[in-house]
Design a protein around this ligand. Structure first.
Ligand SMILES: C[S@@+](CC[C@H](N)C(=O)[O-])C[C@H]1O[C@@H](n2cnc3c(N)ncnc32)[C@H](O)[C@@H]1O
Length: 394
């Protein structure tokens, strides 16, 4: 067998293995998606290198992997692992002498298990027109083309022209010809529409009105809502009318890189002064999925960062006008110092306490209601758990 044929047969076996694992994990539920995973060659969407996240003593860095470095078989095995493979990093710090790279991932081929489980959640049916926000590597776009069997039904957009161009090359090389757009999906042209389904593989702080308007009434919008405290939730909305939609958050812990215009602002470090008191909840509350999300809903324009002083890490929450500094933990307990216009940690503690007093409902008990000028997250069984999302006018 020639090298190329040996690689192709190994790739086919690895694809089947991946599909089998995704069926077992429950990510794949329908035979159509299994066939798509078995058909789409993920290795063709990875470009010349990918970056894997590594952690060394709390220091997170990126390790570049290439086909040359991994060897043919190693590269194929990486392609068919159920891992997110980062394909672009912004502001790559110069690799240190150990080859460690630092920077922000700006594009990736998302782990196939998540891609396909979201495609299942999208409830795509034969003949439907789908808009994908965040083409990235083009792998998920290819799965959609394969599933629908008619590339003209699939439109995909990416904000980064370089990423969009590379995805176009990869998709064409793999035999797919969807409609591809390069532009900002939050403000720009979204293709012809109307669409039956819209799926976003970058996260947003609120659902852009244009997305709802491009989907026909009765159509579905699937998007991850995120924020600057790193809380996240995947919502499936049904469009109910012109500019309105409603639906549930789904179970699971889905997070995506934030759409570029929704990135956290670079705020100056606020002064560490104000009223000091013992904190009822410590900064470690923000390490848990639901409390972090509730905290973010309570202070929706606040960001979070950590600094290190002699006593250890200190967490700061700030919205530019107000700040809350949390330090302590252990035996002495947590203390909070709050300054500025609002008492941010008071709001977070009240919201997290209200959620706990309501029996700590899981995320899938919450709904998102989108109206023309207002988007609200609420838990219908507990009206006290209701928060408006921050709407950014673009
Ligand atoms: C996680 S990657 C997409 C993964 C991809 N669907 C896949 O399976 O390979 C997210 C992508 O969203 C894109 N993106 C970020 N902000 C965007 C925006 N405002 N409009 C369109 N695309 C955006 C990024 O450039 C990035 O390529």
């Amino acid at each position: 067998m020639t090298g190329i044929r040996a690689n192709e047969s190994l790739a086919a076996r690895l694809r089947e293995g991946l599909a089998e694992r995704l069926v077992e994990s429950g990510a794949i539920r329908a035979p159509e998606w299994r066939r798509a995973v078995e058909a789409v060659p993920r290795e063709k969407f990875l470009g010349e290198r990918v970056y894997l996240s590594r952690d060394e003593g709390g220091f997170t860095y990126w390790e570049a992997m290439t086909p040359e470095g991994c060897g043919n078989e190693g590269w194929l095995r990486l392609a068919y692992s159920d891992e997110t493979l980062v394909t672009q990093i912004q502001e790559i710090g110069r690799a240190d002498r150990h080859g460690r790279i630092s920077g922000e991932p700006t594009s990736s081929s998302t782990l196939p298990g998540l891609v396909v489980s979201m495609l299942e959640d999208l409830r795509v049916e034969d003949g439907q027109r789908v808009l994908e926000i965040g083409t990235g590597s083009g792998y998920s776009t290819a799965l959609l083309c394969h599933r629908l069997g008619d590339d003209a039904l699939v439109t995909s957009i990416d904000v980064d022209p370089d990423i969009a161009a590379k995805a176009a090359v990869a998709l064409h090389a793999a035999g797919y010809r969807p409609r591809l757009l390069a532009g900002d999906a939050l403000t720009g042209y979204l293709g012809e529409g109307p669409y039956d389904r819209l799926i976003a593989t970058c996260s947003v702080r609120h659902v852009p009105q244009a997305w709802i308007e491009r989907v026909r009434p009765g159509g579905v919008v699937l998007a991850t809502l995120s924020g600057w405290l790193y809380g996240s939730g995947l919502a499936r909305l049904t469009v109910t009318g012109a500019g309105t939609a409603h639906g549930n958050f789904l179970p699971g812990t889905v997070s995506f890189m934030t759409a570029r215009a929704h990135h956290a602002p670079h705020l100056p470090q606020p002064p560490r002064d104000g009223d000091r008191r013992p904190a009822r909840f410590g900064a470690d509350t923000l390490n848990e999925w639901m409390p972090r999300w509730i905290a973010q809903l309570a202070v929706p324009t606040a960001s979070r960062f950590t600094v290190f002083d002699d006593a250890g890490p200190v967490t700061c929450i700030t919205d530019g006008e107000s700040s809350a500094w949390l330090s302590g933990s252990g035996e002495a307990g947590w203390s909070v110092t709050q300054g500025g216009r609002h008492r941010l940690w008071d709001r977070i503690e009240a919201a997290v306490q209200a959620w706990r007093d309501s029996g700590s409902p899981s995320q899938d008990r919450f709904v998102l209601t989108v109206a023309e000028r207002r988007q609200v997250v609420s838990c219908p069984e507990h009206p006290a758990l209701t928060w408006a999302l921050p709407i950014i006018r673009s």
